[in-house]
Structures are given as structure tokens and as C-alpha cells.
Design a binder for this molecule. Structure first.
Ligand code: FES
Length: 166
């Protein structure tokens, strides 16, 4: 994928004219591209006068930032203790099978990224899966599968296994 340097520069200029904070510039770039391209880190460092090592340190410290391209839809399966004992491994297994990827990967069509996280702070609702920031609690592998198929249908994924199972 070609990196639109001009667009990155515009984002950085906009940030620099505001509070000019490193985090805020990285957030805007992450939001636009769904990841932080290496070129963007260099441009941000130069424009904001921040050492590149510091920019990388910030970019790798916060979970909200990614140095790898992410899918349009982010699915996070909680593997914290409370969710784990209530069945999150089975949910993860099912989602991995349905998406054809392992946790930490993005589908080839760029639509879905599957991640695991450690405790989302909603243990009472466990097992919890967060899809694009929306919490889904007390899931089972079957319910998670139905949820995924619903989203796949909405985004037009062609999948022969997608059927209405209401
Ligand atoms: S362990 Fe899953 S929300 Fe806390």
C-alpha cells in the first residue's frame, strides 16, 4: 500500500497548529489509516521535533496504536481470568475458525482483525467480546458466531456458511 505522504503531512500540520502533542498527532494518523505507517512516525518526529526513538516508544507503548495495518472491524476477545473460566477460549477458537485467521491477525480482505485482550473491566459480563468498541457480554461460541455472521452479512462478506439462524 502506497503511503499518502501529503495526507499525513496535512494531518500533522493540523495537529501542530493545535496543541501539537505527539499522542494527539499519532491518534489522528491511527484513526485515518487504522495503523501508524513507518513513514508517518518519521514525519511526525521531524515536524514536532521529537526524537524518533521517543515517537516509536509512544507508538509501541499504547495498545490503541498499531504499527501493522488493521482491519476495518476490530474484534477483541477477553482472555482475562473471569472470561477465560467462563469459556472465552472456545469463543476465540470459533472466531478463528470462522475468520480463517489466528488471534493477532487480519483477514486478507482487510475487513477483520481478531485480537485477544486481558480483562476489559467488565468481568461480571464475562465472557466478553468487544467489536468496534461495542461490548457484548455473556457470550457463548455459538452467540459469538452468530454475531460475526451478522456483521459479515452487513459488510457484504461472501461466505457460504452465512445463513439466517434466528
Ligand atoms: S476478565 Fe474479561 S472483562 Fe475482566
Amino acid at each position: 500500500m502506497e503511503i499518502p505522504v501529503q495526507e499525513i503531512n496535512e494531518i500533522i500540520e493540523e495537529e501542530a497548529s493545535g496543541d501539537g502533542s505527539l499522542i494527539s498527532a499519532l491518534e489522528s494518523i491511527q484513526k485515518r489509516f487504522r495503523y501508524l505507517p513507518p513513514e508517518a512516525l518519521i514525519l511526525v518526529s521531524e515536524r514536532l521535533n521529537v526524537p524518533l526513538a521517543q515517537t516509536y516508544a509512544v507508538a509501541t507503548f499504547y495498545n490503541a496504536f498499531s504499527l501493522e495495518p488493521k482491519g476495518e472491524h476490530i474484534i477483541q476477545v477477553c482472555m482475562g481470568t473471569a472470561c477465560h473460566v467462563r469459556g472465552s477460549p472456545q469463543i476465540l477458537d470459533r472466531l478463528e475458525t470462522e475468520l480463517g485467521i489466528e488471534a493477532g491477525a487480519t483477514t486478507e480482505d482487510g475487513l477483520f482483525t481478531l485480537e485477544t485482550v486481558n480483562c476489559l473491566g467488565a468481568c461480571a459480563l464475562g465472557p466478553v467480546v468487544v467489536i468496534d468498541g461495542e461490548y457484548h457480554g455473556q457470550l457463548t461460541a455459538h452467540k459469538a458466531d452468530r454475531l460475526l455472521k451478522k456483521i459479515q452479512k452487513e459488510v457484504g462478506v461472501k461466505n457460504e456458511s452465512i445463513t439466517d439462524q434466528n
